[in-house]
Design a protein around this ligand. Structure first.
Ligand SMILES: Cc1ncc(COP(=O)(O)O)c(C=O)c1O
Length: 403
């Protein structure tokens, strides 16, 4: 056998050396982006799969023997169509829904269909880095849109688009997470959504709506989706089963006009997503959606309450502020502007508390606005660990001279 083969001169120009780091958990892990494993309805999913197989084993075997349809499982698309009608109040047929390997893939396919290198794309000032990573990978020039506690400010958005357009940099589209935003936890009101749609129409700018967290509401009223308020085709709607059930299932979806769907599917590699997972999800949710949400969301609320109470106790007189979300997984902590909690993140992690620094969520990656902020996931750790972990975080910030 020859020595080890070298690929050094063979890699494509677009390839990058990606670290294969294992996921590390801090003792108090507020850095993750998903609910706790014990809230996963494992038995229910397995039972649903068993029932599907038993009810027509020949059909299930045939479905498993073929590669899944490009759009994914017919049954899960039909279920999703009914869920969107009852939960979100808009009507799309099963054939207008594309199931994907998580909503991350859905976002990626739509981004590829709409983005040329150099295109200006708008997103909330602080926004989910999984999407900004994809946007950058396909060459988007991302600009942050001004937000406050209620999310995007429509008047500022309007002004920004007008200014960019006058400079010859007309934005191609807006990516937004309107419900329980990642990372800030904010929800856009129906009024703001209507105003943003009005802005979008005036500027001829589509909205890529990521409704990934909509099922995780434990307080207040769900707001109508952009897609509910507008069926002109200007909204591309993306959602997921990851946060409601489990990211490991890898099931999300999008719906858009037929032409956007076909263009996005042009970037799809391989067939539709895992048929076994789709059977389990469809069978489970068809019978248990409400009971699952009813048991799951109160757990999330008690975890949020514990984190927020501990923040009040330990950060109350420090000049720090934090969001109090009505759902989702995240509290957004803002320390006084002089703080730099991005710089000490790794040390604090080693000392027991994980968080994601605000700099990671800056839409424009400028490093200017996020260093004194952090996303704290309240959904993963227990009530007790949320309380203890925030107390330890305060101690560590003090120790590092940040408060
Ligand atoms: C806003 C948002 N969109 C999409 C995703 C991707 O999730 P998935 O691909 O598991 O559906 C995440 C995951 O954290 C998210 O927070």
């Amino acid at each position: 056998m020859a020595g080890s083969f070298s690929y050094d001169t063979l890699f494509s120009e677009n390839s990058s050396d990606t670290p294969l780091s294992a996921v590390k958990h801090a003792k108090y892990d507020f850095a993750v982006a998903y609910p706790a494993p014990e809230t996963l309805p494992m038995d229910g999913l397995i039972q649903a799969l068993r029932t599907a197989v038993d009810s027509d084993s020949g059909k299930t075997a045939r479905e498993m023997a073929y590669y899944p349809h490009q759009l994914g499982s017919q049954e899960l698309r039909e279920y999703t169509s009914a869920k969107l009608a009852s939960d979100r109040g808009f009507t799309v047929g099963a054939d207008e829904i594309v199931l994907t390997n998580g909503s991350g893939e859905a976002n990626g396919l739509v981004i590829q269909a709409l983005t040329n290198p150099g295109d200006v794309v708008l997103a909330e000032d602080f926004v989910y880095m999984g999407t900004t990573n994809q946007l950058r990978r396909f060459g988007a020039d991302i600009r942050g849109v001004a937000i406050d506690d209620g999310g995007i400010i429509p008047e500022e958005l309007d002004e920004q688009i007008a200014t960019l357009t006058a400079q010859g940099e007309k934005p191609k589209y807006l990516y937004t997470i309107p419900e329980h935003q990642n990372p800030t936890g904010s929800t856009l009101s129906a009024e703001r959504r209507k105003a943003i749609l009005d802005v979008a129409h005036r500027h001829g700018m589509p909205i890529l709506e990521d409704d990934c967290y909509v099922d995780l509401r434990f307080e207040g009223e769900t707001q109508p989706a952009f897609r509910t308020l507008d069926d002109s085709g200007i909204v591309v709607y993306v959602a997921s089963f990851s946060k409601l059930l489990a990211p490991g299932l890898r099931l999300g979806y999008f719906t858009a006009t037929p032409e956007v769907m076909r263009r996005a599917l042009g970037f799809k590699i391989g067939s539709g997503p895992n048929q076994f997972a789709a059977l389990a999800v469809e069978g489970f949710l068809r019978n248990n959606l409400d009971s699952h949400r009813d048991s799951f969301n109160p757990v999330l609320r008690s975890k949020r309450d514990a984190m927020v109470a501990s923040l009040a106790e330990n950060f109350g007189d420090t000049g720090a502020t934090w969001s109090i979300p009505q759902g989702g997984c995240y509290v957004w902590l803002t320390m006084p502007e002089t703080a730099d909690i991005a710089a000490i993140r790794d040390e604090v992690f080693e000392q027991g508390v994980g968080y994601v620094a605000g700099t990671n969520f800056e839409a424009d990656a400028s490093g200017r606005i996020g260093k004194n902020c952090a996303r704290l996931c309240f959904a993963f750790e227990s009530v007790q660990k949320n309380t203890e972990g925030i107390a330890l975080l305060a101690q560590l910030f003090k120790q590092h001279g940040q408060m």
